[in-house]
Design a protein around this ligand. Sequence first.
Ligand SMILES: NC(=O)c1ccc[n+]([C@@H]2O[C@H](COP(=O)([O-])OP(=O)(O)OC[C@H]3O[C@@H](n4cnc5c(N)ncnc54)[C@H](OP(=O)(O)O)[C@@H]3O)[C@@H](O)[C@H]2O)c1
Length: 165
Amino acid sequence: MITIVVAMGLDNEIGADNQLLWHLPKDLNHFKEITSGHPIIMGRKTYESIGKPLPNRTNIVVSRKKDWFEEGILIVGSIKEAVKFAKKIDEEVFIIGGGNIYEQTLELTDKIEVTLVKTNIKADTFFPKISPKIWNKTEEVCHGKDDKNEFDFCFQTYERKVKLT
Ligand SMILES: NC(=O)c1ccc[n+]([C@@H]2O[C@H](COP(=O)([O-])OP(=O)(O)OC[C@H]3O[C@@H](n4cnc5c(N)ncnc54)[C@H](OP(=O)(O)O)[C@@H]3O)[C@@H](O)[C@H]2O)c1
């Protein structure tokens, strides 16, 4: 099972200047809960934006750089290699971004865990369109903004209608 995890705004915006667009501690907790104990795959730019390996998860970072080394992460040269390594570690694999990696992996993915943030923010990175011909929304739980979480948001699960072979 390959699952994408993404937080996006109403226009599918996910990032600007290599940063996230909002501060939502409830979403960060949700992310931690669903990915902990499983391998996570990310692009080099997302890794650099986070700045350190995420604990209790094998961090697999995709890069074409030949001479790049960082302690505590597994660096691979292609998405195919990333998925191969991740599947050896666990049958539940999570793809955590960013935009470039989502574009290339949506077609390999069985499930998408979306946090839909109810706002529009100027961005330079976007999630691809989730086509209703391919994806079924199977779950939705919404939360209102509060003093720590600056926007209303919904956790949504999308499952692929036609299973991958
Ligand atoms: N809202 C969210 O849920 C969320 C989640 C994650 C990230 N983000 C945001 O997304 C933005 C970053 O996304 P991005 O699209 O700019 O970058 P990215 O997808 O994180 O990383 C792109 C990099 O990955 C490597 N790469 C991509 N495809 C590859 C392939 N086929 N083979 C080998 N290496 C490959 C390349 O690294 P090299 O240049 O080293 O070769 C490329 O420059 C940031 O703003 C971040 O905050 C948002």
